[in-house]
Design a protein around this ligand. Sequence first.
Ligand code: NAP
Ligand code: ZN
Length: 348
Amino acid sequence: MPSSKGYAATNAKSPLAQINFRRRSPGPHDIVVDILYCGVCHTDLHQARDEWGGSRYPMVPGHEIIGRVSSVGDAVIKFKPGQIAAIGVIVDSCRKCPSCAIGEEHYCDEGPTETYNSLDRIDGSVTMGGYSNNYVVDERFAHTVPENLSLPGVAPLLCAGITTYSPLRHWRVGPGAKVGIVGLGGLGHVALKFAHSFGAHVVQFTTSPGKKADALRLGADEVVLSTDDAAMRAHTKSFDFILDTVSGSHSLDPYLALLKRDRTMTLVGVPQQPPGYSVFSLIGRRASISGSMIGGMPETQQMLEYCGQHNITADVEVIPIQKINEAFERLLKQDVRYRFVIDMSTLS
Ligand code: NAP
Ligand code: ZN
């Protein structure tokens, strides 16, 4: 495998800068992908800055990858050179535990191999993500892309898309359900599109008054400014399901107060400071808090097909790779409408 290049953090405080590195040699089941686009997930920022602990440097982030297949191994059946392929948050797993056996590889008992900041199961190297020119991946962990969708808008579906599609499906969000989406960022805006498309009555919660018109355009039936206590109280005990996509510190209590009896609030956002709640918010209505992480390979492909059928993509701002540090700062200021996507042709 020839040398690769990408943008890397070299420690928790450094801006990202260009480096050269090596990927593992492609095997018979691997495809090599020339990367066209990579989405910028808030997880990239959390990990580049070691906000969750366990970061390995240098780190090339990026797990919302769209690329063109440049070569395939002898045993590859799903892809041919020249075809578009998509790679998400995980690139390998043990493949034999109960979760892997049913296509829930992201819940692998041994822990899945992540697209970056993980140890490659084949050669032990540290995986490097999609802010780079190419990727080597087993075809089992790559997806085909419906031809009618615009590629920059597909990239975020590989993380933001599946991370919200999966819990909305698991908790059977559909017609007749009143559903809340907390936070209108990368994950939140795709969650809103899915919940609306599934036929639910969707209420978007936001801390940003300037996002109200966008939320309505993206499919919200109602928009609530979460800083407005009276507006929040007006929805007390009325929700069937709430999905929390927030990346920063916040309390769950104001949202738990909005659930009907026996309902669930699912957390997908992973703030550095874990969100707090009072036990009283749960016991008064037998409420549950749950969590959900991305989705398995079959469900990710199913989500992409659903998006193809319903013409769903992310709303994106395409940036050159040279603007990635600025994009991170803008993410922190909640200043993205609604996902940055890097045009990788700008990497020289
Ligand atoms: P993002 O684009 O930055 O969006 C996060 C949104 O949360 C912001 O736009 C803002 O929405 C709201 N927010 C931010 N700080 C807040 C605070 N202190 N209080 C209240 N609201 C706040 O981030 P993202 O890429 O969607 O990622 C969101 C989170 O999900 C991150 O923690 C990320 O690591 C995590 N994640 C988890 C998974 C998983 O598998 N579970 C997968 C991907 C990402 P408003 O302006 O509308 O208030
Ligand atoms: Zn992500």
